[in-house]
Design a protein around this ligand. Structure first.
Ligand SMILES: Cc1cc2nc3c(=O)[nH]c(=O)nc-3n(C[C@H](O)[C@H](O)[C@H](O)COP(=O)(O)O)c2cc1C
Ligand code: SF4
Length: 500
């Protein structure tokens, strides 16, 4: 486990880290209810129940909390869209599908501190008057599901969930639902379809989920980190939260630092910190490594280079510099990395995860991979770079959901900053240009359509089914294909938080 929490927060001249969500991660058995309660756990809930629901919404609005799932939409405003007095059930759906390459913040949060999410769920549901909440978890990560189930059971036992939460008369049930491992099911409307037992594909909007979401009822969908941030806001006050961060991007957040850095891990810091500061706090680049390029918010966000080291990592700062804050997954690459190869790996991911609903993304991602494979193998044709850009233009903004834009983004920004590497792909294989970073398993020449490509006209959107559904306090049946995530080392989770 390489998480570097609280590290060097007292270095003079450096912006301090702000461990709030992560403050108890180092505590023994931090995921249990007694440990959470010893650290002011459920104090925010007690405070919320003493207020009216509208007052709680007002506090969250006042704090300036913005969604941590990627788009940064103001959380309190989203809650206020739920129509009251409509006679319909309201739902909260927590998006715990975290699958974006490089993104690994919700998983460690759920492993180390699941009660912060559960407390946030109770407060949120009280605020917008929902009596059912669903946590939609990425199904491959069984240890997270088990931990969440255990925490939900603890919360029921202690009276934080159930028919009469802490004697307030407020009733809330929480369901932990395991998806089956499709990236598109993180898109909020595809998630709703999947939760309803359908094939996970995005829905046409309007109607928006706040009006007709789960089971056609008003629904709030929020990211894990967004909801887990709520208890501290209610407990310590919106002014305290807003004292961190920048003018329009308030508060603190989890930055996931990965790649060729000395100490990859989760760093909780105020919004607006820069990568330069995070690298100084975390021990810098790996020995012998020089920063070449990086993503500010996962593979869906346009690449940055060393010239962007001082860009404030908040929503406005990153956008002004031509990218997006996204999930704050800072993937850092050094001089040994081929941009063409790295971008191809991401493109393959998007092609595989394309749900197939719309033509630009379904067909376009397939063609992007074909061309990128040629460039990686040094067998590109002179028109390939313009062809890539033309394809990206036809995918971006013309796809049904943001996955199409995401697929185009690494390619266009890669060409913008490293065009010469793409041009070199007309005659030189990437593994010759960057020999140290070319594991033999990646060395393959482009050829006829492979087996895994023949299924693109019948995309494999794996649905969650009733078999995987789990209700609080009951034992979940494991999906037959599920196994521990093979990349748990990279994700910084194996061996941590009581899981071996
Ligand atoms: C392809 C795709 C995948 C997504 N995956 C996730 C995800 O895994 N987790 C998440 O919280 N949001 C994800 N989102 C964003 C959600 O659609 C939605 O904006 C978010 O859950 C809202 O929560 P927030 O307001 O708290 O950020 C994804 C969006 C797209 C287009
Ligand atoms: S953009 Fe891709 S993932 Fe989104 S609806 Fe179209 S095919 Fe599906």
């Amino acid at each position: 486990m390489s998480t570097a929490l609280n590290a060097t927060s007292d270095i003079p001249g450096l912006a301090p880290l702000t461990p709030v969500l992560s403050d108890i991660w180092d505590a023994p058995e931090s995921w249990t209810l007694p440990v959470y309660e010893q650290h002011r756990g459920y104090a925010g809930l007690r405070s919320a129940l003493a207020k009216t629901p509208d007052e709680v919404i007002g506090l969250v609005k006042e704090s300036g909390l913005r969604g941590r799932g990627g788009a940064g939409f103001p959380t309190g405003t989203k809650w206020s869209f739920i129509p009251q007095e409509d006679g319909k059930p309201h739902y909260l759906v927590v998006n715990a599908d975290e699958s974006e390459p490089g993104t690994c913040k919700d998983t460690p949060l759920l492993m180390a501190n699941p009660h912060s999410l559960i407390e946030g769920i109770v407060i949120s549901c009280y605020a917008f008057r929902a009596s059912h909440a669903f946590i939609y978890v990425r199904g491959e990560i069984l240890q997270v599901i088990r931990r969440l189930q255990a925490a939900v059971a603890e919360a029921y036992e202690a009276g934080y969930l159930g028919t009469d939460v802490l004697g307030s008369g407020f009733a809330l049930d929480v369901v932990v639902h395991a998806g089956a491992g499709a990236y598109i099911c993180g898109e909020e409307t595809a998630l709703l379809d999947s939760l309803e037992g359908r094939r996970g594909q995005p829905r046409l909007r309007p109607p928006f989920p706040a009006v007709a979401g789960l089971y056609a009822c008003p629904t709030v969908i929020n990211n894990v980190e967004s909801i887990a941030s709520v208890p501290a806001i209610i407990d310590r006050g919106p002014a305290w939260f807003a004292s961190f961060g920048t003018e329009k991007s308030k508060g603190f957040t989890l930055y996931s630092l990965s790649g060729h850095v000395a100490n990859p891990g989760q760093y909780e810091a105020p919004l607006g910190i820069t990568l330069r500061q995070l690298l100084e706090l975390s021990g810098g680049m790996r020995e012998g490594s020089e920063l070449k390029f990086w993503t500010p918010g996962g593979s869906s966000t346009p690449l940055f280079t060393a010239e962007h080291l001082d860009v404030p990592l908040d929503y406005e700062g990153v956008a002004a510099a031509g990218s997006m804050l996204g999930t704050k997954a800072l993937q850092v690459f050094d001089q040994t990395t081929s941009v063409v190869r790295a971008v191809l790996r991401w493109t393959e991911f998007y092609k595989h995860e394309s749900c197939g609903k719309c033509t630009p993304c379904r067909e376009g991602t397939y063609w992007l991979v074909q061309i990128m494979e040629r460039l990686e193998a040094g067998t590109g044709s002179p028109a390939d770079i313009e062809l890539l850009l033309d394809l990206c233009e036809n995918i971006s903004g013309r796809s049904f959901c943001a996955l199409g834009d995401a697929a185009a983004t690494p390619i266009t920004s890669g060409i913008q900053y490293f065009r010469e590497e793409f041009e070199a792909g007309l005659q030189t294989p990437a593994w010759d240009l960057f020999p140290t970073s070319a594991p033999p398993s990646y060395r393959r020449a482009p050829g006829p359509v492979r087996n895994d490509e023949t299924d693109r006209r019948c995309p494999r959107v794996r649905r969650s089914t009733g078999d995987f559904r789990s209700f609080a306090g009951t034992t979940m049946r494991e999906p037959p294909t599920a196994r521990p995530s093979p990349d748990t080392d990279q994700r910084g989770c194996r061996g941590a938080f009581g899981v071996t």
